[in-house]
Design a protein around this ligand. Structure first.
Ligand SMILES: C[S@@+](CC[C@H](N)C(=O)[O-])C[C@H]1O[C@@H](n2cnc3c(N)ncnc32)[C@H](O)[C@@H]1O
Length: 272
């Protein structure tokens, strides 16, 4: 899976409010637990594809006074990350716009180079993993974590959620991305030349009254309002009526008394 021009990648989700509602829920604890045990005060971290920066700001708390930089191709989301930092008041973290394919840092610049839910969205994950190693000091840590859409599981069964999965897979693959990234991480890292790999997996589970409403509600909104909807309709993958039908499926799923949804995340600690 490699594009001749990764600079023209399309990010499947975009940054609609319904997408950022999901990403801003993320913390170092719920999304980078596999990395936390390796963090000590004073380490420097580069967080690639940082989005709204909630994980980045949390990581900064774990390594203060070490310097933490969040980088993202989207200048809009970097503005959001800066606003989140201003609200939080954490001072050893900053945010900048740039691409994970071509990081403007010297070789061996960081102790830790991290990317959460990013490799699944890029057309050349192997190239990005090579660039991550270049800016990581020898013996430092490269840490990546990505979901696997095909491994997501839910109850009760609903054909509208099955259709959501088909639509998501078609749109992401149309972007030369890999929605089932977790299962590819070891292969990609090996192709990128890493030899010291520590793989693990972790899940997010949504099955309480509050987190069901949150997860089902944000997907009901995302499926009709985010870039995913625009791309699905523009490419003839789904009609708007069908997307509203899928959204209704998510609302019913969220309202069900005993519904359950699990997201499998593959994780990989790599030594540079
Ligand atoms: C699913 S979001 C994850 C955001 C954040 N890491 C988190 O987990 O909350 C993926 C992010 O990667 C960014 N991105 C996509 N391609 C990128 C690239 N080539 N370089 C840097 N960031 C990129 C997107 O703009 C988006 O903000």
């Amino acid at each position: 899976m490699s594009s001749s021009d990764p600079a023209s990648d399309t990010y499947t989700h975009g940054h609609h409010e319904s997408v950022l509602r999901s990403h801003s829920w993320r913390t170092a604890e719920n999304s980078a637990g596999y990395l936390l045990k390796l963090l000590t005060p004073g380490l420097s971290i580069l967080d690639i594809g940082c989005g709204p920066g909630t994980i980045t700001i949390d990581l900064a708390k774990h390594v203060a006074p070490g310097e933490v930089i969040g980088i993202d191709v989207s200048s809009d989301v970097i503005e959001q990350a800066r606003a989140n930092q201003a609200d939080d008041g954490q001072t050893n973290v900053s945010f900048t716009t740039g691409s994970g394919y071509d990081l403007g840092y010297a070789d061996d610049s960081f102790d830790v180079v991290h990317a959460h839910q990013v490799l699944q969205h890029v057309s050349d994950p192997v190239g990005m993993l090579r660039e991550m190693r270049r800016v990581c000091r020898p013996g430092g840590v490269v840490a990546v974590r990505d979901a696997d859409y095909a491994a997501m599981a839910w109850w009760p069964a609903d054909p509208r959620l099955d259709r959501w999965m088909e639509i998501y897979q078609a749109v992401a693959k149309g972007n030369d991305a890999e929605p089932n990234a977790a299962r590819h991480l070891v292969d990609w890292a090996t192709e990128a030349g890493y030899t010291d790999l520590d793989p693990s997996a972790d899940t997010w589970v949504f099955a309480t009254p509050a987190n069901r409403q949150w997860w089902g509600g944000l997907w009901a909104d995302r499926v009709v309002s985010s870039s995913l909807a625009e791309q699905a309709v523009d490419r003839g993958i789904a009609t708007m009526d069908e997307l509203h039908h899928v959204a209704e499926g998510f609302r019913e799923w969220a309202a069900h008394d005993t519904s359950w949804f699990a997201v499998v995340n593959g994780e990989l600690i790599l030594r540079a």
